[in-house]
Write a protein that binds this ligand. Structure first.
Ligand code: SF4
Length: 383
């Protein structure tokens, strides 16, 4: 097992755009932490003989856990798993959580002492208007106060930003990026605002309360992002991820390159190279089943086509691209010919290129990479 992921399924407030699994009722938090520890113990055999290279606490909002709850989780991990001394250990955090029971400095020191060495802070925007439109709980002032201290204690800090917000002008988006650069963050994950069904954002757009998403605006924001970050020596090592040399996320890279991972907690997914499994996305049922010693999970053995498709969708978004030799070695010559035939149109349009036997999206093709990937897929009927 290469990576361990823990899903913390609670948030203090629901952001309008979010369709992740979480509950805003925190009253089962302690029971949930007990259940996560039990799942860690129940599944320890899966990681026997391997050293964890990355640990990632995501969600939901892991930073809303108390010191004691985090300690309980880390004690269980270190007691039952072997963690590499150079493991990347990331905690996703919302800025407001650093201003509750402790000072930001005290909380950051606690996280540092726990062994966490990378923070992923959900900034999303430095502007009040954007935060309100997305129903984020934190304020720009909290981010301004937190970021310098966080970067001092955790030089390996990344922030999330959201672009393509319908009311956000190009100028405001540029200002967002400039502010991030001004703080000196070495890594930025930037995502286009998307409208998922069953979210409040979907409802508000349908009712005309929020203007609809404009793909052209998102495209312009994406180009501004690339332009400004490249000028500051950031490498776009994946479609949404930009880092300075030495700050690329080990956890995300492992996922894109097909390393095995174990997901603990409701809705978490796991992958061991051949099989994928996922836990029930229901906090109460998850806790109940774990208390009875039952893993609340479903499994799927991946067909060859599924594995091939997974490789396509993850690698095409990276700067390395799809290794054509690897496609041939893992899946056979037939697959290599298939991908080349499917890629032909995009190669001639300049949206894909082949460099050193790797198929990659070009700069013009970047924004279209999901659509291109789906044309490179194989569906099970083909074999
Ligand atoms: S804090 Fe994160 S997980 Fe929670 S609702 Fe907002 S975007 Fe979703």
């Amino acid at each position: 097992m290469y990576s361990l992921y823990l899903h913390i399924p609670f948030c203090r407030q629901a952001c309008y755009y979010c369709d992740f699994h979480f509950s805003t009722t925190l009253k089962r938090k302690a029971e949930m932490v007990d259940a996560l520890c039990r799942e860690l113990i129940l599944r320890r055999e899966e990681a026997v003989g391997s050293e964890l290279q990355t640990i990632y606490l995501g969600g939901g909002t892991p930073s809303l856990l108390s010191d004691e709850e985090l300690l309980q989780l880390f004690n269980t991990i270190y007691q039952h798993y072997t963690v590499s001394p150079t493991a990347e250990i990331t905690l996703e955090a919302n800025p407001d959580d650093f201003f509750r029971d402790h000072t930001p400095t005290a909380r950051l020191s606690f996280l540092q002492n726990l062994g966490i060495n990378r923070l992923s802070i959900g900034v999303q925007s430095f502007f009040e208007e954007d935060l309100q439109l997305m129903h984020r709980i934190h304020t720009p002032a909290q981010v301004d106060e937190l970021l310098p201290i966080a970067l001092e204690k955790f030089p390996n800090t990344t922030i999330d930003l959201i672009y393509g917000i319908p009311t956000m002008s190009n100028v405001r988006w540029q200002e967002n990026i400039r502010k991030a650069l001004h703080f000196g963050v070495p890594h930025i994950s930037a995502y286009a605002l998307t409208v998922e069904e069953k979210t409040a954002l979907h409802k508000f757009i349908a009712k005309g309360k929020i203007p609809p998403i404009d793909d052209c605006l998102a495209y312009e924001h994406f180009q501004i992002l690339i332009h400004l970050l490249e000028a500051e020596n950031f490498v776009q090592y994946e479609f949404s991820n930009f880092g300075k040399e030495g700050f690329f996320s080990k956890n995300n890279t492992a996922y894109w390159f097909g390393k095995s991972y174990m997901g603990i907690g409701p809705s978490a997914h796991s992958f061991n190279g051949k099989e994928r499994s996922w836990n029930l996305a229901n906090n109460i049922k998850y806790i109940h089943q774990i208390q009875q010693g039952v893993l609340p999970q479903e499994k799927e053995v991946l067909s060859l086509n599924n594995r091939y498709n997974e490789l396509i969708i993850t690698r095409i978004r990276t700067m390395v691209g799809i290794d054509l030799k690897e496609v041939k070695c893992i899946f056979g010559e037939d697959y290599q010919q298939y991908i080349l035939a499917q890629a032909e149109k995009y190669l001639s349009e300049g949206l894909l290129e082949i460099k050193e036997n790797h198929l990659k999206v070009t700069r013009q093709g970047k924004f279209l990479s999901d659509g291109i990937a789906s044309d490179l897929f194989r569906v099970d009927d083909f074999i």
